[in-house]
Design a protein around this ligand. Structure first.
Ligand SMILES: Nc1ncnc2c1ncn2[C@@H]1O[C@H](COP(=O)(O)OP(=O)(O)O)[C@@H](O)[C@H]1O
Ligand SMILES: [Mg+2]
Length: 189
């Protein structure tokens, strides 16, 4: 049994921050802390059990989608999900120095996927989008997936505007999804 399995079996479904002092901390947000468990897996420990349940539902809904990290296991206050080895979309765009046609297509597919798997919030913040080693888009932090109803990705468009890539993105939206373009083009004026 590896160390992590020992921790889980000892604590009856709970994992505490003190249990993870030997693991690399990947990040912390307002709801949880993330530690790397293995080269493929990381754990998100939630401050509140309820947030864990809400986010878990989203990961379960997203099981068939490649834009949602794989869910491996979970307990009362944690989920174990796929570790994403790669930059955030913001850093990726900065490095590429453009928002390519391929990236625009991937973002449109990401939004289609949110709808297909039943999320009611068809939106995300740019800091929750990552690009992995094989240039797939992976989105994290899904606690709001069902508790908001949004058909237009206002947040994503605003974030892209802030970092100077909205016009490039909309240029491709106009070509590939003209009906969405009509709905979105005036939002950030
Ligand atoms: N699957 C993951 N792979 C790599 N890093 C991650 C992963 N999940 C979260 N992180 C890191 O942890 C940070 C916080 O995660 P997040 O889920 O947004 O927490 P919170 O719900 O508290 O906002 C992220 O910004 C990211 O840097
Ligand atoms: Mg977050």
């Amino acid at each position: 049994m590896n160390n992590f399995e020992k921790i889980v079996s000892r604590n009856n479904g709970w994992v505490y921050l003190e249990d993870l002092v030997d693991y690399k901390k990947l990040g912390k947000g307002s709801d949880g802390s993330i530690f790397q468990l293995t080269p493929e897996k990381c754990i998100k420990i939630f401050e509140k059990e309820e947030t864990c349940r809400t986010e878990l539902l989203a990961y379960q809904a997203g099981k068939t989608s490649s834009v949602i990290p794989t869910l491996y296991e979970y307990g009362r206050n944690y989920i174990v999900i796929e570790y994403i080895n790669g930059p955030s979309l913001r850093h990726y765009l900065k490095k590429e120095n453009q928002l390519s046609e391929s990236t625009a297509q991937k973002l449109l597919i990401m939004l289609d996927e949110f709808k297909r798997i039943g999320f009611t919030r068809l939106d995300t913040q740019i800091r929750h989008i990552f690009v992995n080693e094989v240039r797939e888009i992976k989105v994290i932090d899904h606690k709001r997936a069902f508790n908001r109803k949004t058909n237009i990705p206002v947040r994503l468009l605003k974030d892209l505007n802030k970092i100077g890539y909205l016009d490039e993105f909309l240029k491709y939206v106009k070509i590939f999804r003209p009906s969405l373009y009509k709905e979105w083009k005036d939002l950030t004026d």
